[in-house]
Design a protein around this ligand. Structure first.
Ligand SMILES: *[C@@H]1O[C@H](CO)[C@@H](O)[C@H](O)[C@H]1NC(C)=O
Ligand SMILES: *[C@@H]1O[C@H](CO)[C@@H](O)[C@H](O)[C@H]1NC(C)=O
Ligand SMILES: *[C@@H]1O[C@H](CO)[C@@H](O)[C@H](O)[C@H]1NC(C)=O
Ligand SMILES: *[C@@H]1O[C@H](CO)[C@@H](O)[C@H](O)[C@H]1NC(C)=O
Ligand SMILES: *[C@@H]1O[C@H](CO)[C@@H](O)[C@H](O)[C@H]1NC(C)=O
Ligand SMILES: *[C@@H]1O[C@H](CO)[C@@H](O)[C@H](O)[C@H]1NC(C)=O
Ligand SMILES: *[C@@H]1O[C@H](CO)[C@@H](O)[C@H](O)[C@H]1NC(C)=O
Length: 448
């Protein structure tokens, strides 16, 4: 990665082309300082520029019909436990499915909560309250191809979680995700916020009648990082990233968590100076610095190896999900050049390809997680992949777009407003991530 690349500023075609093998970060990287505001901004801030480099499409991710096969059950397959019972074996094998392969199907029942019933929806993601005019995006359900995915059952979930503790560990998409869970659970019990950090990025809630604790920890790199951004996300200096040190913000609390949902991703695209062994070893996109360009993929892989090794070798045995990278859907331009996401329907499988950046990141995630699952299973750690990338690629209609702001067109219907095509409306498609989480907690051994 990182060499011989071209910048292509053409609007992204609906059908992403497949002829670009490399990605040019040039122009987009220059703007990255501003770009990532949303990932770091808190709910009270009005930030104007969206995150993320938008790269022209890479080679098409081949339409894989096989599964990413990473979230394997810790137990040996039943077929090897009961080899003598042919009937039983074949039935169970037939039952196994990849719940991440499927389609979005129309679902009249609609979301489990609304802007009225849930009070913890961050302003930027509260599409209903902000005046998003269409509501069709609320009436879809993820339908795995070869098995049933039940809707999230809040009562059952809270009963299972009595005296337990969960953490969502990652960037602002993890906060987006935890808010979805809080909203779904609020049908049964309202959470009490018991902690927040100064910037309201990390929080903790308690469900008193179930003695269930839910946390979100903001650690966008998962590893140690010095980030020099002001409150608007404008960077005054390069990020210093320590590729051989974990971020203690989450590792110090790790032993308290029975379950964790960990995710990395987009922050690794930013300009950063890489440190290893108390020494600067290179960087990602730092022209003029006379440092070796190591590429974000190098840093991301190192970081994931460190994170996953910490989990699999830890004395504390948690049930850990690693969530794969989340796609965005800027079209008709980039995040900084008027890109938007005004579709109102999901894509069907085959109508869209995963973008280059997402393919690169997810491939690293699958490879590293697959190795860690094997290692972890030997140590009694349950590690599963929450492979939401592909199903999320199919939901261009689920982002706030201009409705990250309250009534963006109230004064001027042609107003030029910054779009958010990365985070997800609440309610919205991200609610399905929790359907998947619950099913994997309850029936994980059923899936490949
Ligand atoms: C095999 O499995 C079937 C279905 O679960 C069960 O009815 C049957 O008793 C089993 N046979 C043996 C030999 O375990
Ligand atoms: C919820 O959204 C609707 C529009 O969908 C709006 O009329 C209503 O005022 C919103 N309620 C709150 C509490 O924001
Ligand atoms: C939860 O903890 C309380 C107090 O320690 C204990 O009495 C109760 O049995 C526990 N419940 C479960 C389901 O573990
Ligand atoms: C709540 O759960 C914690 C374990 O997470 C346990 O130590 C504590 O005793 C429980 N408290 C009550 C009141 O059940
Ligand atoms: C520090 O990194 C540079 C560049 O990679 C290398 O040449 C040098 O030997 C390293 N120094 C130490 C003390 O590791
Ligand atoms: C870049 O670094 C190399 C070795 O670290 C050094 O030989 C070279 O002079 C440096 N170039 C500039 C322009 O500083
Ligand atoms: C979506 O945005 C594009 C470009 O900004 C515009 O041409 C198109 O008409 C929009 N579609 C809808 C349905 O608003």
């Amino acid at each position: 990665m990182g060499k011989g690349m071209r910048w292509d500023s053409k609007p992204l075609p609906l059908h992403y082309k497949h002829n670009h093998i490399f990605v040019k970060f040039g122009v987009s990287i220059l703007l990255l300082g501003l770009a990532f505001r949303l990932l770091s901004s808190d709910s009270t801030r009005i930030s104007s520029v969206l995150e993320e480099t938008h790269t022209p499409p890479l080679a098409e991710a081949e339409p894989k019909t096989d599964s990413p096969v990473v979230s394997q059950p810790i137990q040996p397959p039943l077929s090897s436990v009961f080899p003598e019972n042919e009937t039983q074996t074949s039935e169970i094998v037939a039952e196994k499915c990849d719940i991440f392969m499927g389609d979005w199907i129309a679902d009249e029942s609609g979301p489990a909560y609304t802007n009225e019933s849930c009070h913890v929806i961050e302003g930027h993601q509260n599409c209903m309250s902000n005046g998003r005019p269409d509501s069709g995006y609320l009436y879809w359900r993820w339908n795995p191809r070869n098995c049933e995915l039940p809707r999230f059952n809040s009562e059952r979930f809270l009963d299972l979680m009595r005296n337990k503790s969960w953490a969502f560990i990652g960037d602002s998409i993890s906060r987006n995700h935890v808010q979805s869970l809080l909203c779904i659970l609020s049908q049964v019990e309202q959470a009490v916020e018991v902690y927040h950090d100064e910037e309201f990025r990390s929080k903790r809630w308690h469900f008193p009648s179930h003695n269930f604790t839910l946390s979100v920890i903001w650690t966008p790199f998962l590893i140690k990082a010095a980030i020099f951004e002001d409150l608007n996300g404008v960077s005054s200096s390069e990020i210093q990233l320590y590729l051989d040190k974990l971020d203690e913000k989450w590792t110090e609390q790790y032993k308290d968590f029975d379950y964790a949902v960990i995710a990395g991703g987009k922050w690794f695209l930013k300009t950063a100076i890489y440190h290893e062994n108390n020494n600067i070893t290179g960087c990602h996109y730092c022209p003029g610095k006379n440092l070796t360009e190591l590429g974000f993929a190098y840093a991301y892989r190192k970081a994931l190896q460190l994170v996953l090794n910490f989990i699999t070798s830890n004395d504390h045995k948690a049930f850990v999900f690693f969530r794969t990278t989340t796609p965005d859907h800027f079209e008709n331009g980039e995040w900084f050049s008027g890109g938007n996401c005004n579709r109102t329907m999901p894509f069907k499988e085959g109508e869209v390809d995963m973008r280059d950046i997402d393919t690169i990141m997810r491939d690293i995630e699958l490879e590293e997680a697959e190795k860690a699952v094997e290692v972890g299973s030997g140590y009694g750690v349950i590690l599963k992949l929450l492979d939401t990338t592909r199903l999320s690629v199919l939901r261009p209609d689920g982002h706030p777009g201009p409705y990250r702001q309250f009534q963006p067109f109230a004064k001027d219907k042609n107003a030029e407003v910054q779009n958010d095509c990365l985070h997800w409306c609440l309610p919205g498609p991200i609610d399905s991530w929790n359907d998947l989480l619950m099913e994997l907690v309850v029936n994980g051994e059923k899936y490949r």
